[in-house]
Design a protein around this ligand. Structure first.
Ligand code: CDT
Length: 312
């Protein structure tokens, strides 16, 4: 039985540091209204979609840092997005910086068409480092501003299928995809803020878009899942970020992709039942996995198996 669903990656262009949340939310509502006109049932917004991506610069004052975080969801500023989604009957995914008591996370939620939060994920693979590195043109301070997520890698029943969440850097780690795949994910949603330039390895700058799609396509194919991946793109506070928001089929094919680095809606009609083509055959986990030989994957790095390069 086909399980059709119309999905969209709602790419955002840059959000200026002085752009109010209300403006970012208004841009998202405009994309949601466009999505509704095109019959979309699920809209995926980027990672940390309400503000500029502040880990790109160094701050010490905790009050200054905390102004990028949400203490509640929905808040007065995000309630209009929830209201519009419920009015239109559209589910959505939203990334934001979250404060929970003393804890700060890089978080994503899935909101159902009735406006209730049906899944929540806190980012596990935080890239970068903790202290200022002034030689860089911009920073990558997620390890300074966020704690590692504590909600595992959730997959929930929603929208007629099994929906998993991860965030940005997580997509580069095959372990994430397999953990989602082992929970029978059929649709993985993620947002990203990915610089075009990596000051630590500039020789691969021209491959940033390739590595984005390579990771998404491999994750989709090797686990027989659809993927909707959404960028915040373009030149934001001195940091140029890639676009390439896309929808990937369980075959690994990109079936829709953004062509700009601005606000853009990328739509595809998918059939969640197509995941079976992969998961019943080439990646039939029950028939073909050999988990007793994979134990090293779940063990920490040790002196006996040292990291090729020590962690910072
Ligand atoms: N936001 C985020 O996770 N960005 C990272 C930057 C990596 S820099 C090499 C990413 O994986 O895209």
């Amino acid at each position: 039985m086909p399980r059709p669903l119309t999905v969209a990656a709602a790419q955002l262009g840059p959000i200026a540091d002085d752009e109010p949340r209300a403006s970012a939310v208004a841009r998202m509502i405009a994309l949601m209204e466009k999505a509704h006109r095109r019959g979309v049932e699920l809209v995926v917004f980027p990672e940390a979609a309400l503000t500029a991506f502040f880990p790109h610069w160094y701050m010490e004052d905790q009050a200054a840092i905390d102004r990028y975080f949400e203490t509640e969801m929905p808040s007065a500023e995000t309630q209009p997005l929830f209201d519009k989604a419920r009015e239109l009957g559209i589910a959505f995914h939203l990334g934001y910086a979250e404060i929970d008591g003393e804890h700060r996370y890089n978080t994503a939620i899935l909101v159902g068409p009735d406006g209730t939060i049906v899944s929540k994920y806190r980012k596990v693979h935080l890239p970068g480092y903790r202290e200022n590195e002034p030689w860089r043109p911009f920073q990558n301070l997620e390890k300074r501003y966020f704690e590692r997520g504590n909600l595992g890698f959730p997959v929930v029943d929603a929208l007629g299928g099994r929906v998993g969440l991860c965030i940005c850097n997580d997509r580069r780690w095959p372990e994430v995809w397999r953990i989602l795949g082992l929970q029978n994910a059929e649709l993985v949603l993620l947002g990203y803020n990915t610089p075009q330039h990596d000051p630590a390895s500039p020789a691969i700058d021209h491959l940033q878009d390739f590595h984005n799609h390579l990771s998404l396509q491999a994750g989709a194919y090797q686990n027989g899942t659809y993927v909707v991946a959404t960028a915040k793109a373009g030149l934001e506070e001195g940091c140029e970020m890639i676009g390439g928001s896309c929808i990937v089929a369980p075959t690994g094919e990109i079936i829709a992709v953004a062509s700009t680095r601005g606000d853009e809606l990328v739509v595809a009609d998918i059939d969640l039942d197509r995941c079976k083509e992969i998961r019943s055959n080439i990646f039939n986990f029950t028939a073909h996995r050999q988990p007793d030989l994979y134990t090293a994957i779940a063990e920490p790095m040790t002196a006996a198996r040292p990291a090729p390069v020590p962690a910072k």
